[in-house]
Design a protein around this ligand. Structure first.
Ligand code: HEM
Length: 414
């Protein structure tokens, strides 16, 4: 983008891809002409892991499932999850030795992944604990590494290699974990968690989902939610540690507005500055840093002809740091999201995507990020150790390559 502009043809291995970073073209692809831009071949690789869930399907199947899942993710539905999630965060912080010892050294990225595993299990399945968290995370990491190697590979072999056998074992483990969650909760399908809303009397009676579809959707939602949000929270601790004044203002807002802690979604919604900090973190460090589509028919983007079959890459990371869109784009300034600010052009801010396929879990993700931030800021000091610009690992998600080493200590009197 910096060297060649807003529409750039690249070669990744043997495959051409056109990187599109200007908001006007991003909007055309995702919002105005989405029927022409379908999930690309990379999604076929992801499908090998998560099957036919929302992220990977297209056409009528996608439409039917999106319509069935949408109500469970509306603001009014996710608001009901707040008390359950607040209880889970408190239980997590109590249960981890690192959070009760003074000045314990931890990898905050690992901690956030474990926390989100537990929170997602609660929000989706109503489960008290994620006792298979270790198995789930390891299986996910192994499967993710295999998928990334295939997305990046010049030639994809489908033979029975050792790597493929390991991948199939990891995938079977993930299926086992999700199916056991569904089984454990199917009997008591009531309560404020998302599976209860989706099952409405059990999958057999629900015309919109077969057992297999339900499993694939839940695995999709689980994977789409837990690692993205954990990664976003990890970046949040980094920026708060680098910007002491911002951290102080967040702590002050939390102490002033919520002296008795978090009881409901309105409590979280009252924290305007804290939310701005979250939104600005997602601008500088969007966990979904890039995604792609394939053009079904010829199109023109930014004056360039895009022939049918072209793979087009969209990068929230690049667009969020585009100098024509954001003033001083690399600076961390939560005020950009305040009332009365100039804002950004349509398509200039898209950590959750845009158009009909925008993130289903946007409300839930923002709610969980603010909730975790509030509960940790109230009770702990968090000091990130190591470099202020940790190396990136840009796989499906944008993560710190070596985790995020930090020292945490309970605040006096908490
Ligand atoms: C900070 C956290 C999150 C970020 C940054 C994020 C980002 C995104 C982005 C960029 C997309 C669009 C991808 C594309 O257009 O190809 C997306 C789609 C999706 N996200 Fe999220 N997400 C987050 C959390 C969640 C959560 C908590 C859930 C569910 C509970 C979720 C479920 C989904 C699903 C199901 C889709 C596919 C939607 C469709 O194609 O219809 N995400 N997400």
């Amino acid at each position: 983008m910096q060297d060649f502009g807003d529409v750039v043809s690249l070669r990744l291995g043997s495959r051409p891809v056109v990187l599109v970073t200007r908001p006007a073209e991003v909007v055309r692809i995702l919002e105005h002409n989405p029927g022409n831009y379908r999930p690309s071949a990379s999604y076929r690789e992801i499908e090998k892991l998560i099957g036919q869930g929302l992220v990977t399907t297209d056409g009528e199947l996608w439409k039917r499932h999106r319509a069935a899942l949408q109500p469970a993710f509306r603001k009014s539905s996710t608001a009901e999850l707040v008390p359950l999630c607040a209880e889970r965060v408190a239980a997590f912080l109590r249960s981890r030795p690192a959070w009760s010892q003074p000045d314990a050294a931890v990898d905050l990225h690992h901690e956030m992944r474990c926390l989100m595993m537990s929170l997602t299990s609660a929000a989706l399945f109503g489960l008290d604990s994620a006792d298979d968290a270790e198995e789930f995370t390891q299986a996910f990491d192994a499967a993710h590494a295999y998928i990334m190697r295939r997305i990046e590979a010049l030639v994809r072999l489908d033979g029975p290699t050792a790597a493929r056998r390991r991948f199939l074992r990891a995938k079977a483990a993930l299926h086992r974990c999700v199916e056991s969650r569904i089984r454990r909760q199917a009997a008591t399908c009531a309560g404020a968690y998302l599976l209860a809303q989706l099952m409405k009397g059990g999958p057999e009676q629900d015309a919109s989902f077969s057992q297999e579809e339900l499993r694939d959707e839940l695995l999709t939602i689980f994977l789409a939610s837990y690692d993205t949000t954990a990664t976003a929270l990890t970046w949040l601790w980094l920026v708060l540690s680098l910007h002491g004044e911002v951290r102080r203002r967040v702590a002050e807002e939390v102490a002033t507005r919520l002296p008795a802690g978090v009881a409901c979604a309105d409590d979280l919604a009252s924290l305007h500055y804290t939310r701005m900090v979250v939104l600005e973190t997602l601008r500088l460090f969007p966990p979904v840093w890039a995604f792609s589509r394939t053009a079904a028919a010829d199109d023109v983007l930014g004056g360039y002809r895009i022939p049918a079959g072209t793979k087009v890459a969209i990068s929230p990371y690049c667009t969020h740091r585009h100098p024509a869109v954001w003033e001083d784009p690399d600076a961390f300034r939560p005020e950009r999201f305040g009332d009365g600010q100039p804002g950004w052009p349509p398509g200039g801010y898209l950590p959750f995507g845009l158009g009909p396929r925008h993130c289903l879990g946007r409300n839930l993700a923002l709610q969980l990020m603010v909730l975790v931030l509030v509960m940790v800021v109230r009770a702990y000091s968090v000091e990130v150790l190591g470099p202020s610009n940790p190396a990136f690992e840009a796989g499906i998600f944008l993560k710190p390559r070596h985790g995020l080493p930090a020292r945490i200590a309970p605040l006096p009197g908490s």
